[in-house]
Design a protein. Structure first.
Length: 381
């Protein structure tokens, strides 16, 4: 089958689980015999500039911007799989491919200008409940009313004008909570939960493990400040990543016994550290789905310590593969750590078993091949 993958990659200057997931999926599809062509653009390293912010916001609102139509027509795909158009692709071309369109919603961009349903350290559904003008008032995108304006326009009326979703034959979500939300919004479209996968890793021995890992963006919604402020003193914690709070994080950890900040490191180095740790900490304050780093931890038999605010917390800790905790309470961190250490062998085995059952490459391929085949058989192509 000929499959076109359309994606806007985040800047390569910062690690991105979404970038990794899309690339791994393309490789898996090609290895299974599909003819896959990737139509991509990448955000520049200087994407924080106000000019780029405004221009990209107008692009994603469908008011301007590039589209891959000419190249798509040359390739003539059986399936067009859209991942992330934000912020470098327009959406005006989507309607021409609606009979073969699959869209993966990696976040809440279709209904939320910030893409997180999160504001001021709490869950926020104000735009869903009262209309998207609230996003402009709160300056939800990059703290700029001007940059937020086109995004508020794009997400108006509960996302009913978001073309990648409204024109799709199938919408893919990464967790069950997102599936329920989007099925309620896009009632006439089939919405399926197909989590991302990662390739398997060798599982290190439990006896050789020590310390704990945080790896991800250093932003307020990820709960990195709550993690540092509530982390039990004297217990080893290694932090990897970059983001808006990088300097704050570096200042906070200086002088803290056991806590180290390593910045951005090669993926292989982070995977080695993850495999050698007691567990991975996910302290998110927003209702995020299933981070790629969490699946990588499961693949290594590394237990998860997951914030109760993560949408997929129950899915990620199913059958004893980890524990759920409150990211704003110091005593909850201590209790979670004790729980993992008390049964780390069993948790590690459960983590590896959960990975094999839900997040392995063959599981993802089986689900996606079924979706692609159903759409292809019913398309006008």
């Amino acid at each position: 089958m000929k499959i076109a993958v359309v994606n806007s990659f985040y800047s390569s200057s910062q690690p991105s689980g979404e970038n990794i997931a899309v690339c791994d999926q393309v490789d898996a599809l090609r290895d299974s015999g599909h003819d896959v062509e990737v139509f991509s653009r990448e955000s520049p390293a200087d994407a924080a500039g106000i000019v780029y912010k405004v221009r990209s916001a107008f692009t994603v609102a469908g008011l301007s911007g590039p589209n891959p139509s000419v190249e798509l027509k040359k390739f003539d795909p059986d399936i067009v799989h859209v991942h992330n158009l934000f912020p470098n692709w327009s959406s005006g071309w989507i309607g021409d491919w609606s009979d073969r369109l699959v869209t993966t919603l990696h976040n809440y961009r279709s209904v939320c200008s910030a893409a997180t349903l999160f504001r001021e350290k709490a869950s926020c559904t104000e735009c869903l409940d009262e209309g998207s003008l609230a996003a402009i008032r709160h300056r939800c995108y990059r703290s700029s009313a001007l940059a937020t304006l086109p995004l508020a326009y794009a997400t108006r009326d509960r996302g009913s004008h978001f073309k990648p979703a409204t024109h799709a034959q199938s919408i893919i979500t990464l967790n069950q909570n997102a599936q329920r939300l989007f099925q309620g919004i896009y009632a006439d479209t089939r919405v399926e939960c197909v989590p991302n996968f990662v390739n398997p890793f060798k599982r290190p021995p439990v006896a050789d493990r020590q310390g704990w890992i945080y790896a991800g963006r250093l932003t307020a919604d990820k709960g990195i400040l709550e993690l540092i402020r509530n982390w039990p003193r004297g217990i080893q914690l290694d932090i990897y990543g970059s983001g808006d709070l990088q300097r704050v994080v570096s200042d906070l950890v200086s002088g803290l016994a056991g806590v180290s900040y390593h910045g951005v490191r090669p993926r292989g180095e982070i995977m080695s550290a993850l495999g050698a740790a007691h567990g991975l900490i996910l302290p998110s304050l927003w209702s995020e789905g299933i981070p790629t780093i969490a699946i990588e931890a499961l693949a290594m038999g590394t237990p998860l310590v997951v914030s109760e605010r993560v949408a997929a917390a129950m899915e990620l800790t199913a059958a004893g593969s980890g524990v759920i905790f409150c990211p704003t309470e110091a005593k909850s961190y201590a209790a979670a750590i004790d729980a993992v250490l008390a049964s780390r062998g069993e948790m590690g085995s459960s983590a590896a078993e959960l990975f094999a059952a839900r997040y392995a490459r063959n599981v993802w391929l089986e689900r996606m091949n079924r979706i692609y085949t159903d759409i292809h058989l019913n398309s006008r192509h």
